[in-house]
Design a protein around this ligand. Structure first.
Ligand SMILES: *Cc1c(COP(=O)(O)O)cnc(C)c1O
Length: 392
């Protein structure tokens, strides 16, 4: 059905895109746990290896289950091509290795996933690729940081845990004025809520580990974009270096995509309700959620996102002591730094995800000691509220 993709709506693509039934007539997508493939003749083997005819060669870079996942996610993001990877981090690594060379430069928003900062600062820097960090919403700072060597603008929007937004269209225009590519980590929204490619971004990154699976089962990632960038440069790195997604994980993510929109709508609805409820509780100085009128970028959120997502942050007046007391008073919520699961998680960023920053850097990033992050799951909202009410 891939040739008809343009005719179908999002929910149809989520269930059917990429489906290629075998001669067995199976209804659900099969898993192909095979490392290699056999050829009908020596001539066919030669033609496949040379790329003269398409087809499976070796599962480091060609596997039917992985391909079905790639085609389905590409259809949902509205991209020409998707490359699946073994993790979200290897999706970012494959993008950088495919697109950058020594001496080139990245401009990135400051509030990105911690391991991404480590990848840029400790590993890419070793090979002569430098990164400059800017505030996500300060367009003039992005522009000032661009140098002749800059090749990539990198952003995660909304940011974690403060849900600050970047104006994707404005950043894409800026990138293109300077012959750069805009890379958006779309982990928090997924294509169900935000489509960066439609807003002008060149590459979309996913940690499939989060909402694409949505049920906390597997680690995986993906890169989506044009045939020239993703199908050539990124795929070229993946097929050689091999941070490949396994067929089993691809199948799990494929099944996750089928319910993606339903889940994202439910996460967003519950998070919206929770954010409003938190605003009415005493002991809380600030609730941060893009769906609240009090969010400084609420108008931008309404334009570029079709839902506000599942992440809510709030600040307790009593600092770290109050935050830890609240976390330890819960009986149902999972105390973990993960997100994008059916199970609601509660995190104290200052002592976990952002614990390695200096107190000054934490303050600059807006991570106060009283800050709590909730990744709202799919339990009954009243049960999430009563669990939190124990400690507020
Ligand atoms: C988790 C995460 C990653 C890394 O993904 P892994 O699958 O854990 O490698 C990258 N970006 C964001 C925004 C994430 O939340």
């Amino acid at each position: 059905m891939s040739s008809d993709n343009e005719e179908y709506g999002f929910d149809t693509l989520a269930v059917r895109a990429g489906l290629a039934r075998t001669a067995e007539g199976e209804h659900s997508e099969p898993i192909f746990p095979t490392s290699s493939y056999v050829f009908a003749s020596a001539a066919e083997a030669a033609a496949r290896f040379s790329g003269e005819i398409p087809g499976n060669i070796y599962s480091r870079f060609t596997n039917p289950t992985v391909r079905t996942f790639e085609q389905r996610l590409a259809a949902l993001e509205g991209g020409e091509r998707c490359v699946a990877t073994s993790s979200g981090m290897s999706a970012i690594l494959a993008t950088c290795m495919g697109l950058l060379k020594q001496g080139e430069h990245i401009v990135s928003s400051r509030s990105i996933f911690g391991s991404t900062v480590m990848l840029f600062n400790q590993f890419l820097a070793k090979f002569g690729v430098e990164t400059t960090y800017v505030d996500i919403d300060d367009l003039s700072a992005w522009e000032k940081a661009i140098k002749p060597e800059t090749r990539i603008l990198f952003v995660e929007t909304p940011s974690n845990p403060l849900t600050e937004l970047a104006d994707i269209r404005a950043l894409a225009d800026l990138a293109h004025q300077h012959d750069c590519l805009l890379v958006v980590d779309n982990c928090f929204c997924t294509p169900a809520l935000q489509k960066p490619l439609e807003l002008g971004a060149d590459v979309v990154i996913h940690s499939a580990t989060k909402y694409l699976d949505g049920q906390g089962r597997c680690v995986g990632g993906a890169v989506v974009g044009t045939e020239a960038i993703v199908g050539t440069d990124v795929y070229g790195f993946l097929r050689t270096a091999g941070p490949t997604m396994s067929p089993f994980n691809a199948w799990v993510f494929l099944k996750g995509l089928e319910t993606l929109n339903l889940r994202m709508q439910a996460h967003s609805a519950s998070a919206f309700e929770l954010a409003h409820w938190l605003e009415g509780q005493s002991g809380i100085s600030r609730v941060i959620y893009p769906g609240l009128e009090s969010h400084p970028q609420h108008e931008l959120a309404k334009c570029q996102m079709s839902g506000f997502g599942g992440i809510v942050a709030f600040e307790l007046k009593g600092g770290q002591q109050a935050a830890w007391k609240l976390i330890d008073s819960t009986r149902m919520l999972s105390i973990t730094a993960n997100l994008g699961d059916t199970k609601t998680t509660i995190t104290h960023p200052a002592t976990t995800t952002h614990g390695r920053l200096t107190p000054e850097a934490r303050e600059e990033a807006g991570i106060s000691d009283g800050l709590i992050r909730i990744a709202v799951g799919l339990e009954e909202i009243k049960d999430i509220q009563s669990d939190l009410a124990r400690g507020i």
